[in-house]
Design a protein around this ligand. Structure first.
Ligand code: UD1
Length: 414
């Protein structure tokens, strides 16, 4: 797949953000906790959702995806997701916690997904072990077994999003009470807790750094709508700013994009927060800014590449410090091909700014890198050809259609 992006676009108008990819993936995994019917509404048409849906089907769940609704029901029968599906996306590891809780055993391939650092899952496993599981590695697969999970205190050395979710799902059915200390604070964690509670679970404190989970024996079916995607919202906000545009971005929880709003404002772009939307208007030249990625409520690492594209045209030098992932500067080489002046040293990138980007042939190395190159392409002089644009479809619903509805001219070519 490739995209041809016409440069010197100015994004204008209104656009609607889809539901959160990173909320839906653990919610789909958590549906394993019940045999009753679970219906999820406003599901975005993105590849990661299709992969997890297919994976749940392979585990024995009756799963149907009808337009924007997923309906799942029935028992999970298998404890072993097929290798090819599990390797495709890292979030497949999120079935471990609920499978362990339901079947007392799980076997998964070591996770794949975006090529951004080694991304171990030691904290997930530490949590399962504390809850009473034994973990082994056999032929590249992780195998966890338990003869009954029991409530425990789990302290996370780092507030990992996935580990918090996985341990929460396992503990939701454990006997007794569990606490996750130094838990991740991301809004997707609170959404998962909310979903589990709607199914009859007893989770409190999600959204703070101590989560209390009282295990329950049985969960019931539910109809649920996940939160809006704060990273899609942020990406669209930066795209509007980078193209000197002016637009209203609907279906946003402004609280969830505070760090993005703060950095856009500091750089000279106006952001007006309303109840369910934000208005974005680029007022002046782009001021250089300092950004350090951090766990929520800090600046999201998933917005770092897009800001780097934007800051390539700032009126001076910006610094980005990537503290969440190693090796998350893969987009630098392609931004440089478009004329950006960026130097990296370990986890620091210095973006010189004062550049006029020009269209080029570039390649998406991962999901957010692809989003950054689209933003660069929209603001550059001339056409940009983005190769491997399928990475972008993993996490953005109809990004071409949405940007084109705001006056961009992007063509997707299979
Ligand atoms: C989730 C998001 C991803 C986002 C990331 C950080 C989903 C599906 N994905 O990924 O888009 O970029 O949060 O906001 O929600 N780590 C360990 N050991 C572990 C787990 C993590 O060392 O057991 C490290 C990772 O290598 C990384 C850091 O912790 O350096 C953050 O990872 P984590 O918060 O777990 O991210 P994910 O859940 O994988």
């Amino acid at each position: 797949m490739k995209m041809v992006i016409k440069g010197k676009s100015t994004l204008k108008g209104k656009i609607e953000v889809s539901s959160s990819k990173n909320a839906i993936l653990p919610i789909l995994a958590a549906s394993i906790l019940t045999d009753d019917v679970v219906e999820i509404d406003r599901v975005p048409k993105i590849n990661d959702v299709t992969v997890i849906g297919t994976l749940l089907g392979e585990l024995g769940k009756q799963t149907s995806i009808l337009d924007r609704k997923i309906v799942m029901g029935g028992k999970v029968l298998s404890h072993h997701p097929p290798y090819d599906l599990a390797r495709q996306i890292r979030a497949s590891v999120l079935v471990m916690g609920p499978l362990l809780a339901r079947l007392g055993t799980v076997r998964v391939a070591l996770p794949g997904g975006c090529a951004i650092g080694s991304r171990p899952i030691d904290l997930h496993l530490k949590g399962f072990h504390a809850l009473g599981a034994e973990i082994n590695l056999r032929s590249g697969d992780l195998i966890a077994n338990t003869n009954g999970l029991r409530g425990a205190h789990v302290y996370l050395d780092y507030p990992s999003v996935g580990a918090t979710e996985n341990i929460m799902m396992a503990a939701a059915m454990a006997e007794g009470i569990s606490y996750i200390e130094n838990a991740a604070l991301e809004p997707e964690i609170a959404d998962l807790a909310n979903f589990i509670n709607c199914m009859g679970g007893k989770v409190s404190g999600a959204g703070t750094n101590v989560i209390r989970i009282e295990g329950v024996k049985e969960f019931k079916g539910v109809n649920y709508t996940p939160i809006p995607d704060r990273i899609e919202a942020g990406t669209l906000m930066v795209a509007v700013a980078a193209t000197k545009g002016e637009a209203i971005i609907n279906n946003v929880i402004p609280e969830h994009v505070k760090a993005i709003t703060a950095k856009l404002t500091e750089s000279g772009t106006e952001v007006v927060e309303n109840k369910h939307n934000v208005e974005v208007r680029r007022l002046s030249k782009i001021n250089p800014v300092y950004i350090k990625t951090l766990p929520y409520p800090g600046f999201p690492t998933d917005m770092q590449p897009q800001f780097m594209a934007y800051l390539s045209c700032a009126n001076g030098s910006s610094i980005i410090s990537e503290s969440v992932f190693e090796n998350r500067f893969m987009h630098v080489q392609d931004l440089s091909r478009m004329g950006a002046d960026i130097k990296t040293e370990g986890k620091i990138a210095i973006i010189k700014g004062m550049r006029k980007l020009t269209g080029a042939q570039v390649k998406a190395s991962d999901l957010r890198a692809g989003a950054a190159l689209i933003i660069a392409g929209l603001s550059a002089q001339g056409d940009t050809v983005l190769l491997d644009s399928h990475h972008v479809d993993r996490g953005y619903e109809d990004i071409t259609g949405k940007l084109n509805a705001m006056s961009a001219q992007i063509q997707s070519i299979p």
